[in-house]
Design a protein around this ligand. Sequence first.
Ligand code: IPE
Ligand code: IPE
Ligand code: MG
Length: 256
Amino acid sequence: MEKASDITEVLKARIDPDRVPRHIAIIMDGNGRWAERQGEHRVVGHANGVRSVREALVACREIGVEHLTLYAFSTENWNRPKAEVDALMDLLVKTVIGELEELNANGVRLHTIGDTASLPESCRATLLDAIAATAKNDRITITLALSYSSRWELVRAAQRIATDVKEGRLDPAAITDETFAAHLATAGMPDPELLIRTSGEQRISNFLLWQIAYAELWFTPVLWPDFRKDHLFQAVLDYQGRERRFGLISEQVTPA
Ligand code: IPE
Ligand code: IPE
Ligand code: MG
């Protein structure tokens, strides 16, 4: 029988290097259920999800993905029990500090999107330090969506555009797709071509609504703490097997 590592290499070798997504986004879900299934507190699931983040990041780096964006904490997640929120913030700080050396050794730039002003001060400070310390790395960018929700981001973009109009910097008739994209938290990043969600839920939960307009969606029942490199490679292989038509007909996108 093939070992897991062999299977991972076989999957990786099947990926067409010329059609790797530039940007993969992941809704990391199922930590709580993973823990509860083993009679553990939900927080144990979050702690075990850190390894999966590492695996996803290494897998993306190995195949040349430029951007990995991870939904780590949503605006709505603030309403969870305080003990869980506190434990998540604590885990975030410890993980960022613990992984910093590894990020730098592998050319990983850290970035965040979301209302990070609402994070506890210690989190904000740790994140800002790590963002500065990795700013020159250029192999892959890992973006953590923290206190993020797409509606928050879209409302903020509308406010900023309205301000530009009010102050005479922008003509409403000149507002385009690009204007809007430039006012989002993801300004300057390519849209994700592939969105993965773990845990079997098939919903978007307020994540990157504008940016995923034409993303391919990949759902897996695997709970986030069980997610490994081979799952990432499998998702990319499925993505490469799909025909992305962008509203055209098949003959237009793959001429005979
Ligand atoms: C995802 O796992 C992590 C966060 C939302 C922070 P969950 O905590 O949502 O786990 P489930 O979905 O309850 O199993
Ligand atoms: C989405 O997961 C948010 C993150 C993964 C951070 P949730 O577990 O919060 O989403 P719902 O409640 O199942 O939609
Ligand atoms: Mg969940």
